[in-house]
Ligand binder design. Structure first.
Ligand code: NAD
Length: 448
C-alpha cells in the first residue's frame, strides 16, 4: 500500500546519483518533498465552494507546501483562485489552467487537491495517480461503485499517498467516540445508526426554477459535464446545487455518507464485533426505501431514505435521512451501552466514559488508540513526506461510501441486495449489478 519502500522520486534520484548522466537541473518532482529545503508543490483543481473556501486556503496556510497552479473550467473561479494564491505569496507566479490534464502533466507538481463535483473525481484522480502525483480528493469518493473500485486499484498500484476530504477523522470528538467503541466501553456492538440530512439544502437556488440556459460567460460547460451527457444548462443544477440531481450527484445520502458512515465504520472496523478490517468492512445484505421527486425535476435526488443493512457478525447497520427515530451523526449500540457523536454532540450511556477516553487518549494508554490527526491537511502533507497511510486512505473512503451506493441501488430496484465485501459483487441480480457502473460520455473514460 502507501507505505511501500518503492518511491518513484527517491528511486529516480538514486539512479541519477548512481552515476548516470545527471541532468543540469533536477526537476522538483525528483527533489520534491524529500529534500529538506524543498516544499511540496501542489496544484488545486476545482475552485468552487469547497475548493476556494476550505481546501486552497488550508494548503496556503501550511509552510512546507506551495500551491503553484490552480485549475477550473469557470474563468471567474479560476481568476479568484489565482488572485488568492498570488496574494498569499506576494507575487504573480501562480499558473492557471482550464484543463486539468495540462496541470497534471507538469513535472513540477508533486500533489493535487481535487475539489470538483463528484462526477469528475474518478477520472481526475486516476489521471493524477498514473502521473505519479499524491492526491487529496474530496468526498464522496466516487459517483458509482465501479469508479470507486477502479480508483482504489489504481491509487494502490501506483503507491500514491491519498487523503479523502472526510475531515471528521481529524477532529478529536469523532476520534474519541470511535475509540470508545474500539476499546469496548459499549461492549459487543449489535446495532449502528447513521443519521444523515434529508431534503435538499438550498445553496442560493430553489430548484423549482426550471429555466434552462444560457451558459454563463467564461464557463466551459462541455468540460464541466465531462463524462456525463451534456444536458441543457440550468443554473439550479450547476455550481453547488449539481448534487441534487442524479445526472451529476447523489443527493444527501451520497453527499454525507463519506462523513458519518465513515465515522461509524471507524468505530466498528477491526473491532471485536467481527465486522472485518477497515479496508474490507461492508454489509452482507441490505434493503432500502426512498422518496424520490419526479425524475424530470431539476432537483430529483431522494429527499427521505432509509437503508437497513446487516454487517458481518449480525450487526444491524441503519443509514437514514428524514427518519425521526435515527438521530444525526453516528451512534453505536452495544451490549454494555451506547456512544453517539455528531459535529456538536458527544454523548454516551455512561457520562464518565467521555472524560475517561479523553484522558486516556492524552496519556496514550489505550489498548486500541486509533491513528491520530489534528489537522487533515497537515496529516496529508506529513504522509506525503513519510509515505505512510493518511487518516483517510482511499480504500477506507471507498468502503465508507459503498453502503450509500448500494442503498441507492436497493431503493431503486426495491429488492434486497446481497453483497460480498470480499469480491465486491452483488449476488444474483443482473439489474442491480448493472447499476454499479455507468457508461461515460466519449471520449471520456477511466484512464489506465
Ligand atoms: N469535505 C467537506 O466537508 C465538503 C464540503 C463541501 C463539498 N465537498 C465536496 O467538494 C466537491 C466540490 O463541491 P462544491 O460544493 O465545492 O462544488 P462547486 O460546484 O461549488 O465547485 C466545484 C468547482 O469545480 C469546478 N469544476 C467542474 N469541473 C471541473 C473540471 N473538469 N476541472 C476543473 N474544475 C472543474 C467548477 O467549475 C466549480 O468551480 C464535491 O465532491 C463535494 O462533495 C466536501
Amino acid at each position: 500500500m502507501n507505505s511501500s519502500p518503492l518511491h518513484p522520486r527517491r528511486d529516480a534520484l538514486k539512479l541519477i546519483l548512481a552515476g548516470a548522466s545527471a541532468p543540469l537541473v533536477l526537476p522538483s518532482r525528483i527533489l520534491g518533498q524529500d529534500a529538506p529545503s524543498k516544499k511540496i508543490t501542489i496544484g488545486c483543481i476545482g475552485l468552487g465552494m469547497q475548493g476556494i473556501l476550505a481546501n486552497l486556503p488550508s494548503f496556503l496556510g501550511q509552510d512546507d507546501c506551495r500551491v503553484i497552479a490552480v485549475c477550473d473550467v469557470d474563468q471567474r473561479a479560476l481568476d479568484k483562485g489565482v488572485a488568492m494564491v498570488n496574494e498569499r505569496y506576494g507575487n504573480q507566479d501562480c499558473k492557471a489552467f482550464r484543463d486539468f490534464r495540462e496541470l497534471i502533466a507538469r513535472d513540477d507538481i508533486d500533489a493535487v487537491a481535487i475539489s470538483t463535483p463528484d462526477h469528475w473525481h474518478s477520472i481526475i484522480a486516476m489521471t493524477a495517480a498514473l502521473a505519479g502525483k499524491d492526491i487529496f480528493c474530496e468526498k464522496p469518493l466516487s459517483r458509482t461503485l465501479n469508479e470507486g473500485i477502479a480508483m482504489v486499484r489504481t491509487v494502490q498500484a501506483k503507491e500514491r499517498v491519498w487523503q479523502t476530504g472526510s475531515w471528521q477523522r481529524s477532529n478529536a470528538r469523532f476520534r474519541w467516540a470511535a475509540q470508545l467503541v474500539q476499546n469496548g466501553y459499549a461492549g459487543k456492538i449489535r446495532r449502528v445508526e447513521v443519521g444523515l440530512p434529508s431534503g435538499h439544502f438550498d445553496f442560493g437556488r430553489t430548484g423549482n426554477d426550471k429555466l434552462d440556459g444560457p451558459v454563463p460567460e467564461g464557463v466551459d460547460y462541455d468540460l464541466w459535464c465531462g463524462p456525463r451527457p451534456v444536458i441543457p444548462f440550468n443554473i439550479c443544477r450547476f455550481h453547488r446545487n449539481w448534487r441534487w440531481n442524479y445526472h451529476f450527484g447523489g443527493g444527501q445520502l451520497i453527499d454525507w455518507i463519506g462523513h458519518h458512515c465513515d465515522i461509524a465504520h471507524w468505530g466498528l472496523a477491526n473491532s471485536e464485533s467481527g465486522v472485518g478490517p477497515d479496508d474490507r468492512i461492508g454489509p452482507l445484505e441490505l434493503t432500502a426505501t426512498a422518496d424520490f421527486p419526479p425524475k424530470e425535476a431539476v432537483w430529483n435526488t431522494a429527499t427521505k431514505y432509509r437503508v437497513e443493512c446487516v454487517y458481518p457478525g449480525g450487526v444491524e447497520f441503519v443509514i437514514a435521512g428524514g427518519h425521526a427515530d435515527i438521530q444525526p451523526g453516528a451512534k453505536w449500540i452495544g451490549a454494555d451501552g451506547w456512544v453517539h457523536v455528531d459535529r456538536d454532540v458527544f454523548k454516551a450511556s455512561e457520562t464518565e466514559w467521555l472524560r475517561d477516553i479523553q484522558e486516556r487518549d492524552k496519556k496514550g494508554d489505550l489498548k486500541v488508540p486509533l491513528n491520530k490527526s489534528e489537522n487533515h491537511f497537515r496529516n496529508f502533507l506529513d504522509c506525503v513526506k513519510s509515505r505512510q497511510r493518511t487518516i483517510t486512505p482511499i480504500e477506507t473512503a471507498h468502503r465508507s461510501q459503498t453502503p450509500g451506493h448500494l442503498g441507492y441501488i436497493a431503493s431503486v430496484t426495491g429488492r434486497k441486495i446481497v453483497w460480498n465485501p470480499e469480491t465486491q459483487q452483488i449476488a444474483d441480480d443482473a439489474e442491480a449489478s448493472a447499476m454499479m457502473g455507468e457508461e461515460m460520455r466519449a471520449p471520456w473514460k477511466l484512464p489506465g
